[in-house]
Design a binder for this molecule. Structure first.
Ligand code: DP6
Length: 328
């Protein structure tokens, strides 16, 4: 064991979504999903062993800090993290010090739990010197947050739903198909903490939405179409399928009772702007997660037109070389 372990992982945006679990403890999904990781946005985590040795005046719990702030152990974020760490405690390391920094706002629909648990698992791998392959780390990250299974990989990733009850076949792997002019634009409507997290949101939808029964099969079909579109570099097919997939997922949330609507008025205005741009021949699509923000999908040739329509748009080019990654 080392003195400390470090991990970094990017956030990822699902192009075909994970929504609904067949096992809520193991985070086994009802359907597979496919994502794109966003370099530059993510989580850095450092882990250090905390001995329970009283001479070191260490209390019998983890010490967790997020973005420079020490968290109370009862705080939901810290509680969930410590529960996850329960899986990895040893006689030598009964408790952990966790120092984690996000380069994205926490719980703003930008999947910080995804980069967070992926970075934590990489830090564990480093601390304990496991040297596990990324697909194995993906399995472990999934236990912290389903979407984290996809954040172990740069570029596109596929998370296989799997069939086994133990979930050993439910992990993500890289879809190695670089697409140099692929762009993701972040439209920030509201970065405040969302009132209903995705874990609770999924529970509510699967328990109380008749429309949900149609979702897993559609999501699997969409996933296959998007994988094919990535391999063929067929942007129209990718964009249309991703947008339809996101709207279908949100339809299941809206059709739950009580209803679950993550959109704000500005979200709808932004959607209409995307549709108006397409009418004008600007090929841009959107996707949305469990929050009010939109993520735009377009190719570099449309970057000017899309940026002109959305002031303050943050554009990420996942496959651009680091030195040409414009902070625009
Ligand atoms: C809408 O991975 O955050 O972003 O497994 O309960 O932690 P838990 O849920 P989480 O859900 C992500 C839902 C989504 C779609 C997606 O990323 O695929």
């Amino acid at each position: 064991i080392k003195l400390e372990g470090k991990g970094h992982a990017p956030v990822n945006i699902a192009l075909s979504k994970y929504w609904g679990k067949r096992d809520t403890i193991l985070n086994l999904p009802q359907n597979g999903s496919v994502s794109i990781s966003l370099p530059g946005l993510g989580t850095d985590t450092t882990l250090r062993p905390l001995a329970s040795d009283s001479s070191q005046q260490v209390t019998a719990q983890d010490r967790i800090s997020l973005n420079g702030q020490q968290l109370d152990a009862h705080q939901p974020f810290a509680h969930r993290l410590s529960q996850f760490l329960d899986l990895f405690r040893t006689a030598e390391v009964p408790f952990f010090e966790v120092i984690t920094h996000n380069t994205v706002p926490t719980a703003a629909g930008l999947a910080s739990s995804a980069s967070g648990y992926a970075a934590l698992v990489l830090a564990l791998d480093d601390l304990f010197n496991w040297q596990l392959p990324a697909t194995q780390l993906s399995l472990l990250a999934r236990l912290g947050s389903g979407s984290a299974s996809r954040s172990l990989f740069p570029g596109f990733a596929i998370w296989h739903a799997g069939q086994s009850e133990q979930g050993l076949d439910s992990f993500a792997e890289a879809l190695d198909a670089p697409w140099p002019d692929f762009c993701v634009g972040l439209v920030e409507i509201d970065v405040a903490e969302k009132p209903v997290g995705s874990t609770a949101g999924m529970q509510q939808t699967t328990a109380a939405c008749a429309l949900y029964s149609a979702w897993p099969a559609q999501a699997e079909r969409d996933k296959a179409v998007i994988i094919n579109a990535i391999q063929q570099q067929d942007f129209s097919q990718l964009g249309a399928t991703a947008e339809h997939n996101a709207l279908s997922m949100h339809a299941t949330m809206i059709a739950s009772w009580p209803p679950l609507l993550y959109w704000q008025a500005e979200s709808v205005i932004a959607m209409q702007k995307v549709w108006a741009l397409r009418q004008q021949g600007v090929e841009v699509y959107f996707t949305m997660d469990a929050g009010p923000n939109l993520k735009l999908l377009f190719l570099a040739a449309q970057k000017k037109a899309v940026s002109a329509a959305f002031s303050g748009l943050k554009v990420i080019e996942p496959f651009a070389k680091p030195d040409t990654q414009a902070a625009s």
